[in-house]
Design a protein around this ligand. Structure first.
Ligand code: 5RP
Length: 219
């Protein structure tokens, strides 16, 4: 079983969390793409979705699944999304696909956040995966200098523009021992739109695909 098979099995396990009826929050990435394809088979069970990216919206619509504006719904029961890394408290690094801002908004608006991933994503200490930080374009160099002061090595994701018209700095060489504290610290820098640490709003459950089946990890 390869990583993609494990992602698909985690995505399949997430179908147990969608309940009957209601509007589902949908994340972004290759694991979520499996979820969207599987959701298409049971789309009659849900009332619609709220999507975290143009890419997921396009895929959902191609399957005939309704995509709604978050402003038009009262709240979401469940949000399904992947992650680049998770620690055992289910703090996450997200944003490898660049959709971190909308992902964080939807995670915040959802009662339950179900994270789906292959087993390689669970780590003891986050930071091996470069931390994505979405910044307002005019603040890019300033924020990069601030990130260097904090011990990071920011690399501009050159040529990439987020769905919100901003840029991404991927911060290498961090050992994130205190995710919530670092998230707060980076959020306080003027020009930072979103930090890819999901510490204040971690996942509620992590479904980890492995060769032995899907493991359910609770914080
Ligand atoms: C996108 C994300 C994704 O959830 C994350 O990058 C994981 O992606 P994949 O499922 O392709 O491994 O945060 O912004």
């Amino acid at each position: 079983m390869n990583a993609d098979d494990m992602k698909r099995e985690a995505a399949r396990a997430a179908l147990d969390y969608i309940g009957d009826g209601g509007i589902i929050g949908v994340g972004t990435g290759s694991t979520v793409n499996h979820f969207i394809d599987l959701l298409a088979e049971v789309k009659h069970k849900i009332d619609g979705t709220v999507s975290s990216s143009e890419a997921s919206t396009e895929r959902l619509k191609a399957h005939g699944i309704e995509v709604m504006d978050l402003n038009s719904v009262a709240g979401l029961e469940v949000y399904i999304d992947g992650a680049d890394e998770s620690n055992r408290q289910l703090h996450l690094i997200k944003g490898g696909g660049g959709a971190l801002t909308r992902e964080k908004i939807i995670a915040g608006a959802s009662k339950k956040f179900v994270c789906i991933a292959d087993e390689s994503k669970l780590v003891d200490v986050m930071g091996e995966f470069p931390l994505p930080v979405e910044v307002i374009p005019m603040a890019r160099s300033y924020i990069a200098r601030e990130l260097v002061k904090l011990g990071g090595r920011p690399v501009w994701r050159d040529g990439f523009v987020t769905d919100n018209g901003n840029c991404i700095l991927d911060v290498h060489d961090l050992k994130i021992m205190e995710p919530v504290k670092l998230e707060t610290q980076l959020n306080a820098l003027a020009g930072v739109v979103t930090v890819g640490i999901f510490g204040h709003r971690p996942a509620d459950v992590l479904l980890l695909g492995s060769p032995n089946g899907v493991r359910v990890v609770n914080p």
